[in-house]
Ligand binder design. Structure first.
Ligand code: SF4
Length: 227
C-alpha cells in the first residue's frame, strides 16, 4: 500500500483543558494573553499524519521484516506473534505551529506554546486512531515506538522512516543525527491489532518518569524473555 497523508485534521483547542494544564484561573492576569495564543495557534495549526498498511514478511527470534525492512526487537517480535499486517506512522503537530512557537522568549509563554503543541499533537493522534478504525476496522490495537524501550532502541527510527518514504517531504518531519524528530512534538511508531493491553511502560523499570502510563510489571516484562 502507498503512503497515506492526513493533513486536513480538525483542530479545535479545548481552552478549559489548556487552562487546567497551565494551572491558570479565571482571575489570572495572563488569561487574555493565553486566549490569544490559543486562538492564533488554532488558526495556524496544520497537524499531519503519514502512515501505511504494511505486511509482515518474516519473523525471527528477535526481529520482524516489514515490507522488506528489518526491525530488531524481541518485544516487537513477540507482540506481532498473531499479526499479519501493521501500520507504521509518524504524527506531528506540524511545522506551521513549530514556526509560530519560535517567537516566544520567556519561560511561561514557551511553556504555554509547548502545551498547545502537545494538545494539537494528541488531537492529531486521536484522529489517526479513529481513521484506522474506520478504514481498516482495526478495533483493539496497541502501538510501540522506537526508543521507548532499550529492547527497541532509538536508532531504529531510521528503518521506520525508510518504511514511510520521504517523511520530510510528505509531512515536514525530519530526523536529526541523534534520531530525534523535528518538530519535537511528533510521534513515530507502529500500530497493530493485539488482544489484551500493552504499554511500553509495563516493561520499563525507570523510576519517577513523569510520562508513565502504566505500572512496571516485572513478571510481564520477564514473559518477553528479552535476552
Ligand atoms: S516509564 Fe517513561 S521512559 Fe519508561 S516507557 Fe514509560 S514513558 Fe517511556
Amino acid at each position: 500500500m502507498n503512503k497515506v497523508v492526513l493533513d486536513n485534521i480538525p483542530c479545535e483547542i479545548d481552552f478549559k483543558e489548556l487552562q487546567e494544564k497551565l494551572r491558570i484561573n479565571e482571575e489570572s492576569d495572563c488569561l487574555v494573553e493565553i486566549k490569544m495564543m490559543a486562538a492564533e495557534a488554532q488558526l495556524l495549526a496544520r497537524p499531519k499524519v503519514v502512515y501505511k498498511n504494511a505486511k509482515i514478511e518474516a519473523k525471527g527470534d528477535n526481529f520482524v521484516v516489514i515490507d522488506g525492512i528489518k526491525f530488531t526487537s524481541r518485544v516487537l517480535r513477540v507482540n506481532l506473534e498473531e499479526a499479519l499486517e501493521v501500520f507504521p506512522y509518524v504524527v506531528t503537530c506540524g511545522t506551521e505551529l513549530e514556526d509560530w512557537s519560535k517567537q516566544f522568549e520567556d519561560v511561561f509563554t514557551i511553556f504555554c506554546a509547548d502545551t498547545i503543541k502537545e494538545m494539537v499533537l494528541r488531537l492529531a493522534f486521536q484522529t489517526f486512531e479513529a481513521h484506522l478504525d474506520k478504514e481498516f476496522g482495526l478495533g483493539h490495537a496497541v502501538e510501540m515506538n522506537p526508543g521507548s524501550l532499550s529492547d527497541w532502541p532509538i536508532n531504529e527510527q531510521i528503518h521506520l522512516f525508510e518504511l514511510l518514504g520521504n517523511v520530510k517531504e510528505l509531512i515536514g518531519v525530519q530526523l536529526t543525527d541523534s534520531y530525534l524528530m523535528l518538530p519535537i512534538k511528533s510521534i513515530s511508531g507502529i500500530r497493530f491489532p493485539k488482544e489484551g493491553t500493552f504499554e511500553n511502560c509495563q516493561l520499563c523499570p525507570r523510576e519517577k518518569c513523569p510520562s508513565r502510563k502504566a505500572l512496571f510489571d516485572k513478571e510481564y516484562a520477564e514473559s518477553y524473555k528479552i535476552h
